[in-house]
Design a protein around this ligand. Structure first.
Ligand code: ZN
Length: 197
């Protein structure tokens, strides 16, 4: 299955994803493709929802350097179990190219997750990695960063979001993008293949 990054307002970006119950070579291949797509797009994190996969998993590399494999992390079925402090910082998103805005996030978090070998681990991070994890974790619940900016910022982002939506609807009109009903039924099918139900 060849993955690609999807853009607002693709329904996958509003999908509340299910936990992954099975790790196999298919899933590992998807994760490798996600890292490749993330680096290609010069990102530091990518959630499964952003490649139209309805699974609770994301990849990060806060260094953004494809050669820095030590900084790569895969978080499967993540749960943020502690949050401390709060800090505002500029965010962007590979599914919302060229849109940026300040988002307040916890400074310090503890996240519980599984790796690709099925081992559970706990991670305590602060600063940029904490921000990236909170941003990616939001994707798994169908939440995008503009949902979390102040109303006056949202108002300035809205025309950009509307432009993106118009492009997406045009692509649906000319048939280069399936309609929402088809896209949602594809997500439902993929979910059935891997979810605990
Ligand atoms: Zn994002």
């Amino acid at each position: 299955m060849k993955l690609q990054i999807v853009y607002h307002p693709h329904p996958a970006l509003r999908w509340k994803s299910q936990e992954v119950s099975r790790i196999d070579t298919g899933l590992k291949d998807m994760v490798r493709q996600m890292f490749d797509l993330m680096y290609e797009a010069k990102g530091i994190g990518l959630a499964a929802n952003q490649v139209a996969l309805p699974y609770r998993l994301f990849v990060i590399n806060p260094s953004g350097d494809p050669n820095d494999k030590d900084s790569e992390m895969v978080l499967l079925n993540p749960q943020i179990i502690r949050r401390k402090g709060s800090e505002e910082g500029e965010e962007g998103c590979l599914s919302l190219p060229e849109i940026f805005g300040p988002v307040t996030r916890a400074t310090h978090i503890v996240v519980d997750a599984f790796d690709l070998d099925g081992n559970q681990f706990e991670l305590e991070v602060e600063g940029l990695p904490a921000r990236v994890i909170q941003h990616e974790n939001d994707h798994l619940d169908g939440v995008l960063f503009p949902d979390r900016v102040a109303p006056e910022v949202r108002a300035t982002l809205q025309p950009l979001l509307d432009d993106m939506e118009q492009q997406f609807r045009n692509a649906q009109q000319d048939g280069s993008m399936p309609d929402d009903v088809t896209l949602k039924s594809q997500l439902g099918e993929l979910q059935k293949q891997r979810a605990t139900g």
